[in-house]
Design a protein around this ligand. Structure first.
Ligand code: SF4
Ligand code: SF4
Length: 371
């Protein structure tokens, strides 16, 4: 029997995925029953024909609430097999792979759990190698006794810069592909407002969306996203403030509990833990009809990394003056550095692509056309 190459199977799978998404968009565009549910259906209605680029845009505009699944007369077991939430979830992951900057690393999206775990172990081994001399000595709460200032700054500086460049290039590729002509400043601002308030996750009138299983409307998913996003932001601000205190003001850690870096870090870390735990539980409870099983590992890998970052950060603060400081610091630094490295090959790209899809949508709504 003739052997079909793995590459050919992948190309066929990808084509089948986009063909199905295009077919369902054509059916939805004729049906139009769900036009008031979210931003996706009005965006579909601005088009007569659909291509792969439209699918990347519409899939990243969809927030997988599932409302259209529960309303659809053509959902399984109907032969049309319309499952917009699930199919768009699969297309979203395909878009992360397609627009990634170093293409050979795009398979990280397929094996997100494994890649994340291996990366974390490698980085952990490197940090243990660098800091092993500090494990048995009294470091008196001083991070730089565990790993030098220069090591920290150079490692994090280099990888943060590489990650930033890779993310920006991927975003430019995505924006160019879905089409950004005619986008104005007002569209960026309008999308920013939608993103910061998570307007689309609020349902029709902020009564919530139908995720995870369509039984009741709830704002829980929106709140957990808020906890995660703003928690992450507060932790980032705490790190910047600590660096500012240390390098500019020459005021070195440990800081008192009521200092700005500690307050931002504590509130941010706790928020991040709540958000990640909540999103994890909601995902577990989600209706299987809403989920693309092959995309779940990407979701769980990101939740795990964010949760571990927050947990080790909080432990670091609580246990700073104890003998376990060196161990916790090594685990925390390894988690954060692994997170930095994996960002362009993780579900974090959802943050950027979704925002860009919202910007394009704001432009389409302003001009009432997709051209
Ligand atoms: S999801 Fe179903 S009900 Fe909704 S627009 Fe599409 S075909 Fe119509
Ligand atoms: S799953 Fe929700 S956001 Fe996605 S197309 Fe359906 S109604 Fe819209």
């Amino acid at each position: 029997m003739k052997k079909v190459s793995k590459d050919k199977i992948m190309i066929n799978d990808k084509k089948a995925l986009y063909d199905k998404a295009i077919r369902l968009s054509q059916i939805c565009n004729a049906c139009r029953y769900c036009e008031g549910f979210c931003a996706v259906f009005p965006a579909m209605e601005k088009r007569r024909d659909f291509d792969i680029k439209d699918m990347d845009y519409l899939a990243n505009l969809c927030h997988q609430c599932g409302e259209c699944l529960y309303a659809c007369q053509y959902a399984p077991p109907h032969e049309f097999d319309i499952t917009v939430a699930r199919d768009f979830s699969a297309v979203r992951k395909e878009s992360y792979k397609k627009f990634t900057t170093l293409k050979f690393l795009s398979s990280a999206f397929e094996k997100a759990g494994l890649v994340t775990a291996v990366l974390l172990l490698i980085v952990l081994a490197v940090f243990i190698g660098i800091t092993s001399g500090s494990f048995n000595k009294d470091v008196s709460g001083n991070f730089y006794e565990v790993t030098s200032y220069n090591t920290m700054v150079s490692l994090f500086g280099i990888f943060a810069l590489i990650t930033l460049i890779v993310v920006v290039i991927s975003c430019v590729k995505f924006a160019r592909s879905i089409g950004f002509s005619g986008v104005r400043f007002i569209d960026w601002m309008s999308a920013l407002k939608d993103a910061l308030t998570l307007k689309n996750l609020g349902g029709h009138d902020y009564e919530g969306c139908t995720f995870p299983n369509g039984e009741n409307r709830s704002n829980l998913r929106r709140y957990f996203h808020h906890f995660t996003f703003y928690g992450f932001l507060l932790c980032f601000i705490a790190t910047c403030l600590a660096a500012f205190y240390d390098h500019i003001l020459n005021y070195h850690a440990p800081y008192p509990f009521l200092s700005a870096p500690k307050l931002f870090g504590t509130i941010g870390g706790i928020s991040l833990l709540i958000g990640c735990a909540g999103l994890f539980v909601l995902k577990l409870k989600a209706d299987p009809e809403l989920l693309d099983v092959k995309s779940l590992n990407v979701d769980y890998a990101l939740i795990f990394m964010l949760f571990l970052s927050a947990l080790t950060g909080l432990l670091l603060m609580l246990l700073r003056t104890t003998p376990v400081l060196s161990y916790i610091l090594v685990l925390h630094l390894s988690t954060i550095l692994s997170f930095f490295i994996i960002v362009p090959y993780s579900k974090m790209m959802h943050l950027f692509y979704r925002y860009l899809a919202l910007v394009k949508n704001a432009r389409e709504c302003r001009l009432n056309t997709h051209n």
